[in-house]
Design a protein around this ligand. Structure first.
Ligand SMILES: *[C@@H]1O[C@H](CO)[C@@H](O)[C@H](O)[C@H]1NC(C)=O
Ligand SMILES: *[C@@H]1O[C@H](CO)[C@@H](O)[C@H](O)[C@H]1NC(C)=O
Length: 413
């Protein structure tokens, strides 16, 4: 079986390489109907956003203290602020705003090795909401239902990086009515509430651009993956890490010549992805892994191994058509699953991936470009308009409980 599929796959890769030769550049393909069209929507004129002015201790000061915050995978919260300040959707008149945005960099508190610590985030968030609710009348009018927050932590507004603790905490109670813009996305999870907008993690656009190789380079690698299979420090058995999917990939395919998988991170990592047909994305509960962004940008078909995942901008990006979804329990059959996908289907996915609007939607470039991830967030917010009348509270009506949640969160920030 293995020999057969290997021969088949090599032939397939050669066929693909041939069909993508110099004379026959891969033409791109648009999805007709909602998906492709929605991706190219222009949000300007469809919504107005008011940006609260907060003391710099909530944003700029934190960044001054640690400029590394600009490069980590949660940096979208900083870039979104910068983007909105000069965006055509910004209004300086809060009376005409559809949405209110609070610029707060809650992930910009890094350990010496660069990992964000979310422990102060709830207090900081609470402090900011207290400030906007006492200085402006708009929070109290809806108790946040026309406000959005960018919360790119591991488990979004649950503000903990361990799943168990995150679940125990739940979403910060003051965010109950707000719209959350977050990288975390898993169906039926307490840390993902209805109406949230799932976004890609921040991956450095210039760095990726710098590694582009000619589009007609043959894709001579069948399956590619670089990364950890086991979290040796926290979870040596591999049962928890990416819910065991990565460990299963390694155990089943470490000796399979179709699988170019390893923990070594080569300097040719980005180039290798452009030479691969399939790129594994064993995401576990972590759509914030940059792998998905990299696969799309480099035209490598993402093989998504993450049951119940909610992928970025899933209402605009046709993930089912671009990628391959493999159930976590089917990882041992990955070789059969991937080698039995027909060349026609592979070529179609590659043409869809070659569509520049897919790539743009995954990136937060400086300066912004139409159709990029910033614009997709705005499109998502615009599609929620107009707000239902019920979001406006009656005079004196209160819904939020300001003292709910862990006592530690109530301490001033
Ligand atoms: C909003 O409500 C809070 C709590 O009820 C109150 O302390 C605050 O003064 C109100 N804000 C405004 C602008 O009236
Ligand atoms: C608010 O939450 C606190 C802590 O859970 C609880 O003791 C209190 O009764 C709640 N208040 C209301 C009005 O529900």
């Amino acid at each position: 079986m293995r020999t057969w599929s290997w021969v088949f796959a090599v032939a397939l890769v050669q066929a693909l390489a041939g069909s993508l030769g110099a004379e026959q550049r891969p033409h791109t393909e648009r999805i007709s109907g909602s998906a492709g069209d929605v991706l190219e929507d222009n949000p300007v004129g469809r919504l107005k956003v008011y940006v609260y002015e907060l003391p710099s201790k909530y944003n700029k000061k934190l960044l001054q203290k640690d400029p590394r915050c600009l490069n980590h995978m949660f940096a979208a919260e900083i870039y979104m602020h910068r983007f909105l300040l000069s965006s055509a959707v910004r209004t300086l008149n809060p009376e005409e705003a559809d949405w209110f945005y609070t610029p707060i960099y809650t992930t910009c508190d890094l350990t010496p090795t660069g990992l964000p610590l979310p422990f102060k985030s709830p207090r900081m968030m609470r402090s900011a909401i207290q400030l906007i609710s006492s200085n402006w009348p708009y929070w109290n009018r809806t108790e946040g239902a026309d406000h959005f927050f960018v919360v790119p932590h591991d488990f979004g507004a649950c503000f903990h990086y361990q799943e168990e603790k995150a679940i125990e905490r739940g979403i910060l109670s003051l965010h109950r009515r707000a719209t959350l813009v977050q990288t975390f996305g898993q169906r039926n999870h307490v840390c993902l509430k209805d109406g949230s907008i799932t976004i890609p993690p921040y991956a450095p656009p210039q760095k990726m651009q710098a590694h582009l190789i000619p589009q007609d380079t043959p894709r001579s690698i069948f399956v590619y993956f670089r990364g950890l299979f086991y979290d040796v420090n926290n979870d040596p058995e591999g049962g928890y890490y990416a819910r065991g999917a990565r460990a299963a990939v390694w155990e089943n395919f470490k000796d399979n010549p179709l699988f170019d998988i390893s923990t070594d991170h080569p300097t040719t990592y980005y180039e290798d992805m452009q030479r691969a047909v399939f790129c594994l994305c064993p995401l576990g509960w972590a759509p914030w892994s940059p792998r998905l962004v990299e696969a799309v940008v480099f035209g490598c078909i993402p093989v998504i191994i993450a049951d119940d995942i909610v992928l970025p901008f899933a209402d605009a990006i046709p993930w089912e058509e671009i990628g391959v979804f493999v159930a976590e329990e089917d990882v041992p059959n990955l070789d059969t699953i991937l080698t039995s996908i027909s060349p026609e289907v592979i070529l179609r996915k590659q043409r869809l991936l070659a569509n520049p609007s897919m790539k743009r939607a995954m990136l937060f470039p400086q300066p912004a470009q139409s159709g990029d991830a910033f614009h997709q967030i705005l499109n998502g917010l615009a599609r929620k308009l107009p707000h239902h009348r019920s979001v406006y509270l009656k005079p004196g009506e209160k819904v939020l409980n300001w003292t709910a949640g862990p006592v530690g969160d109530l301490k001033p920030w």
